[in-house]
Design a protein around this ligand. Structure first.
Ligand SMILES: [Zn+2]
Length: 187
């Protein structure tokens, strides 16, 4: 029993990597065999990916998509249909699964890590929310709007008011993070 075949299930040929000058694609692509793929997937089966450099989306055949799902690290590069050539995949690669920010050729972080990351954002958002709340309260105080309450203690706010400020802070945090990421890209 062979572990790999070409996408149509035929045996891997020595010349499969030769590039067809008309399409820029290889003569054939190696995939894990039907039996190998039937052992189960580590990742969802996704057939479309986006090339970050050109923004174009390429869709691949099911055997290729299932090979990525079975073994996310099987390939070192993939084809962009828009650029007409191959580029690297992986953490430092140029492709994400369409509709996500997960790089092609990587594994999603385990659930516990995702939750930890979310928890970190929530704590930061709560701190920022309290700061925003104090700034707003201070502005109101300076404006001598005597009908307004003096700055309240955070824990005395109603849960829905706290939630409002947490959401507001999370929105600002997300904007700041995006801004920082952009700065990092430019620097
Ligand atoms: Zn491209």
């Amino acid at each position: 029993m062979t572990r790999t075949t070409l996408t149509d299930g035929t045996p891997v040929t020595p010349d499969h990597r030769e590039i067809d000058p008309k399409t820029g694609m290889q003569k054939g692509y190696v995939v894990l065999s039907d039996e190998e793929r039937a052992k189960g997937f580590q990742e969802p089966v996704r057939q479309s990916y986006r090339h970050l450099t050109c923004g174009g989306v390429t869709t691949m055949s099911r055997p290729l998509a299932e090979t990525y799902a079975r073994d996310p690290f099987f390939y070192s590069g993939t084809f962009c249909a828009i650029c007409g050539t191959h580029f690297p995949v992986g953490d430092h690669g140029q492709f994400v699964w369409d509709g996500t920010d997960q790089k092609v050729g990587t594994r999603r972080p385990p659930m516990s890590e995702q939750k930890q990351a979310m928890g970190g954002v929530r704590v930061k958002a709560e701190i920022l929310a309290k700061e925003i709340q104090m700034i707003v309260a201070a502005d109101r105080w300076k404006g001598r709007d005597l009908s307004a309450a003096p700055p309240e203690k955070w824990h005395r706010l109603r849960p829905e008011t706290q939630q409002f400020w947490i959401d507001e802070a999370a929105r600002i945090l997300a904007a700041l993070t995006a801004h920082e990421a952009k700065e990092a890209d430019n620097g």
